[in-house]
Ligand binder design. Structure first.
Ligand code: SF4
Ligand code: SF4
Length: 659
């Protein structure tokens, strides 16, 4: 539009004021992170570009919930297109893109731009309306709506509406072609009774209110929830590339042992937000309070004290207010911290890519460092310290198990292909030992050369790390790595997904390199494909597969067991809604197997109900802990006689009988 003086001056003054406010707010917000080594952290962007493309530009995770995904997509791209259009039209002396764009798109470029902005404007309004309806009318339980959320949406709605009305009034009195502003021209059809003079006045009024709304919104970004526009893409861009299945390493025990003075600078866990390094403060600040983590969390489903959203929000509140109180054990209760099973579902769901488990384990580390452990947790750590296994049993029992299973130990038979790492539960628990027997039978059928460590096998350290006892974990890891070196181990075959994840994703940081790690389902699937295992005996039953979190979610192993099951004649396999990477926890992870936590319904029962609602006769899993938890749930529900719960190896072994 042609503004008469002093309008352009006023508009530029408003825009500059808005930018000054934005810049100051940006500075204040970023200052609280205490950024050091920004360039060093930014190097991760070169490895995060796919994540950035998929989950920022294409809104991958946001679109997992189609309703709000579409709404957010329309708002985001509507806003960006309108901003781009307004900037190049309104500030030609700053961003004179008109000339190159005319050269590229020809003389009709302005019409195209008008058309794109017109359509973007209405789509933007639709997106904002959908978001408002969700917050005001639908009100999903996971979503907390405060005044700030509503104000932000109302401001955005006004921005869109005032833009459209400005255009519509203009079409009444100007000679512009309505073909390039179809939405504006449709609205103007309803306004034709308005006299031209009034239309001109209304046009100016709406134009100014539109400019003011835009300036307020831009200025408010660093001071409000709108900060996520910058924080979420920023957080995704600079995330470190550690595997999903590993957690943060606050110190290296090997370095501390060689330099004990360094101990003084070590923080044992996180007592409040100021104990976090700057990228993790920034991560906390990118939380949008969307509640998607709560929606998928098994602890929330079983009505435990934990809501992962609240853990992040409490840290965020402290970051913004500058409060320096200790959070852990007070504002964030101990029950909240211990309720997590470290299943990781929140992390793969969060659109901001927040690593909840890292924060929760850091809070646990603080509790461990301050001796805030009940008897069961202390017993677990004491078992690991004194018996080298999580159950407090004699190491010699492992040697006897090897003898009972007629497997030579690595000391007796060092030149074999695989070291079979049995794990604590399948070494000592009479039910889980049956899984070891089945696996060994399968390996023998396929002529696999393998051995075991016998009395030298210890815990892998997973429960110590997930419980927050980092020093104990690292001590175990370093000892095991030495052991593998001593026996020149080349391939490790694990029975338990927790051991698998620990060797695969945690140990490399401590020196386990050049050793291949397999879970049995990977090996068996491979052997079946090669024809080394031939299954003949049909099993006429209907089963459902329960994917363990530490296999499917953390390590993408979920197709292999399904391929294996397809080899069993007459077996019918049903699929649960929560399956594969999106599987639902059994309740045993994160060291939860060893302690009790207050809950309305056990997580294992919640999971078993989902599985048995499919009218199956059996539940198959690939983890001794999942098996123990689900069998326990079946007993609680009184269906242990009706539904058989077994390990995949047991099913294969049964099908091998008589072949
Ligand atoms: S942590 Fe992630 S999923 Fe949870 S509320 Fe925040 S942004 Fe949403
Ligand atoms: S890891 Fe699992 S149990 Fe823990 S907060 Fe996330 S979803 Fe909940």
């Amino acid at each position: 539009m042609n503004l008469t003086p002093p309008s352009p001056t006023l508009m530029y003054a408003l825009a500059i004021g808005s930018l000054v406010m934005f810049t100051y707010g940006f500075y204040i917000r970023v200052k609280i992170y205490g950024i050091t080594g920004f360039i060093n952290q930014f190097k991760y962007f070169s490895r995060n570009y796919i994540k950035f493309l998929r989950d920022v530009l294409l809104q991958g995770r946001v679109l997992n919930d189609p309703y709000i995904g579409i709404s957010h997509f329309l708002i985001m791209y509507g806003f960006l297109i309108l901003l781009f259009g307004k900037v190049i039209l309104g500030f030609p002396f700053l961003f004179n893109l008109n000339l190159p764009l005319v050269l590229i798109f020809g003389s009709s470029y302005f019409q195209y731009l008008s058309l794109i902005m017109d359509i973007s404007g209405i789509l933007f309004i639709v997106g904002v309306c959908l978001a408002l309806i969700r917050r005001v009318v639908i009100r999903p339980w996971k979503l907390e709506t405060g005044m700030e959320d509503l104000l932000a949406l109302v401001a955005l709605l006004y921005l869109g509406l005032s833009g459209l009305l400005t255009e519509s009034f203009k079409l009444i009195f100007s000679s512009l072609s309505s073909a390039w502003s179809p939405v504006g021209s449709i609205i103007s059809l309803f306004l034709t009774s308005i006299p031209v003079n009034t239309a001109e006045t209304l046009h100016i009024l709406f134009w100014w209110s539109h400019v003011i709304a835009a300036c307020i919104i831009i200025a408010a970004i660093p001071y409000s929830k709108l900060w996520h526009i910058l924080a979420v893409p920023g957080n995704i861009a600079i995330q470190s590339d550690k595997p999903l299945g590993s957690i943060t390493t606050p110190f290296l025990l090997s370095e501390l042992l060689s330099n004990p003075e360094a101990m003084e600078n070590i923080r044992f866990g996180v007592g409040n937000v100021w104990d976090l390094d700057w990228p993790r403060k920034f991560m906390v600040d990118s939380c949008t309070n969307c509640g998607r983590c709560d929606e998928v969390c098994p602890a929330v489903a079983s009505k435990r004290a934990l809501k992962p959203r609240m853990i992040i929000q409490k840290l965020k509140k402290q970051l913004i207010t500058g409060d320096v109180e200790t959070l852990t054990g007070s504002i964030i209760s101990e029950d909240e911290v211990w309720s997590c099973t470290t299943c990781g579902k929140c992390m793969i769901t969060c659109p901001a890519w927040i690593s909840h488990v890292d924060f929760i384990v850091d809070l646990r580390r603080w509790l461990v460092g301050n001796s805030r452990l009940d008897k069961k947790k202390s017993d677990l750590l004491s078992n690991l310290a004194h018996s080298s296994n999580s159950l407090g049993m004699s190491q010699w029992d492992r040697q006897e198990l090897a003898a009972k299973l007629n497997v030579k130990t690595i000391q007796e038979n060092p030149n074999v292909e695989y070291l079979l790492w049995i794990g604590c539960l399948a070494s000592y628990d009479s039910r889980a030992i049956k899984i070891s027997e089945s696996l060994i039978k399968i390996l023998r059928t396929a002529n696999i050369s393998f051995t075991v460590l016998g009395a030298e096998e210890t815990c892998c350290g997973d429960p110590a790390r997930r419980l927050g006892e980092e020093s104990r974990f690292q001590e175990i890891a370093l000892n095991n790595i030495e052991l593998f070196k001593k026996y020149s181990v080349r391939k490790i075959l694990t029975l338990c997904p927790h051991c698998y994840n620990t060797f695969k994703n945690e140990y490399p940081k401590f020196g386990l390199l050049d050793i291949e790690v397999y879970h049995y389902s990977e090996l068996i699937e491979n052997l079946m494909r090669k024809g080394a295992i031939k299954i003949g005996k049909p099993i006429d039953t209907v089963v459902v597969l329960h994917d363990p979190c530490y296999l499917a979610r953390y390590n993408n192993i979920y197709n292999q067991p399904r391929t294996i099951l397809k080899h069993i004649p007459r077996l019918k396999v049903k699929e649960a809604g929560n399956r594969g990477k999106k599987t639902f926890c059994c309740g045993g992870g994160g060291a939860n197997y060893w302690y009790e936590i207050l809950e309305e319904k056990r997580i294992s029962v919640v999971r078993l109900e989902e599985l048995t609602d499919l009218n199956v006769e059996g539940v198959i899993t690939e983890c001794p802990f999942c098996l123990a938890m689900l069998e326990d749930a079946a007993r609680i529900k009184g269906i242990d006689e009706k539904v058989s719960i077994c390990d995949l190896t047991e099913l294969i072994s049964k099908s091998l009988d008589g072949v």
